[in-house]
Design a protein around this ligand. Structure first.
Ligand SMILES: NC(=O)c1ccc[n+]([C@@H]2O[C@H](COP(=O)([O-])OP(=O)(O)OC[C@H]3O[C@@H](n4cnc5c(N)ncnc54)[C@H](OP(=O)(O)O)[C@@H]3O)[C@@H](O)[C@H]2O)c1
Length: 297
């Protein structure tokens, strides 16, 4: 039987690169045919060195050149992994990907959204939910992955002197290792049928930043201190670094509302990572231990 072709969109990013690592052996063993999408020639060359087929894909090109500009990347593909970056263009990018997937006869789409209550009023959470509704309307087989805050975000607030900066005061957000999101995606992409029509919230643990600073002290063997900062500082820094101000205003609002307690996390969402992958979710201490170099370098 010909193995199913899996296209990974976002293959060079945090989740997508972990997903390529997990599926590359399926590719070499002939269980799947892996194709990775990127806009960047340097990243394409590195992926090709690993024996992975690379397809050039810039979803923004659909706006100026029509759907035919992006359809070739989906040709002959059976299953698609879709994520988009931290940008309001996620809306049009996702629509173009869904439309191109449908036009090219893709059978199943696994997409990364966000963990949120159904009635959320956070703007980019609403965008994710509207994209999910569009996918459901498309008739494509689909699985929605809805992660909580990535543990990987913690590295952005690390200072060599042992200070961990964040923007949510003493609130206790939910956390997930991006590698666990990739593990769930890999499981679904290998055998989508049991997961068709499912939505999986993905979170491993709840913890405040003060609690995480204590965990860091245990893992690294030196003192760590949490320093709460204003959400507006996050916004100003990210926009100065070139990030999309529309999206970053949404993240700032999440921080503000997490800090003031007006943003509720969805209930009863733990356990999905284990039920899908068959192994327990990565805890914060395990993540910090495995990624100790990010906090000690
Ligand atoms: N961070 C969190 O705590 C968190 C929590 C919940 C949900 N999320 C969601 O997770 C998603 C981001 O995941 P991530 O951190 O893994 O992303 P990431 O590391 O920022 O990677 C983004 C990927 O998107 C690709 N991309 C960007 N623009 C593109 C375009 N125009 N056409 C085609 N591909 C494009 C990039 O590929 P190239 O540059 O190689 O082309 C890259 O591989 C977002 O939807 C976010 O809302 C994040």
């Amino acid at each position: 039987m010909t193995p199913a072709t899996v296209l990974i969109i976002g293959a060079t990013g945090t989740i997508g690169s972990a997903l390529v690592d997990m599926l590359v052996s399926d590719h070499h063993d002939g269980r799947l045919r892996l194709a990775a999408a990127t806009r960047r020639p340097d990243a394409a060359a590195r992926l090709r060195e690993r024996g992975v087929e690379v397809r050039r894909l810039d979803l923004d090109e659909a706006e100026t050149a029509g759907l035919q500009a992006v359809r070739p990347a989906f040709a002959g593909v059976d299953r698609v992994f879709l994520l988009t970056g931290y940008d309001v263009r996620m809306l049009a990018q996702s629509k173009a990907a869904v439309d191109a997937a449908k036009a090219e006869g893709v059978s199943h789409l696994v997409r990364v959204g966000v963990s949120a209550t159904d009635d959320t009023t956070i703007v980019h959470f609403a965008w994710h939910q509207l994209i999910e509704a569009y996918i459901e309307r498309s008739g494509l087989g689909h699985t929605h992955l809805r992660p909580a805050s990535f543990m990987q975000n913690l590295r952005l607030g690390v200072d060599a002197s042992g200070v961990l900066t964040h923007f949510v005061g003493e609130a206790r957000p939910n956390w997930v290792d991006a590698a666990d999101i990739a593990a769930v995606a890999a499981t679904v992409l290998r055998d989508p049928q049991p997961h068709d029509g499912q939505a999986y919230d993905l979170a491993a643990q709840t913890a405040s930043l003060s609690e995480i600073a204590e965990m860091l002290a245990k893992v690294t063997g030196r003192p760590w201190r949490y320093e709460p900062a204003e959400p507006m500082v996050f916004y100003d820094d990210m926009v100065a670094a070139g990030a999309d101000p529309v999206y970053m205003a949404c993240v700032r609002n999440v921080f503000e509302r997490t800090r003031n307690g007006s943003l509720n996390e969805p209930d009863g969402i733990f356990g999905t990572i284990e039920s899908v992958t068959g192994r327990p979710a990565t805890t914060l201490p395990q993540f910090l231990e495995r990624n100790r170099h990010l906090f000690t370098g």
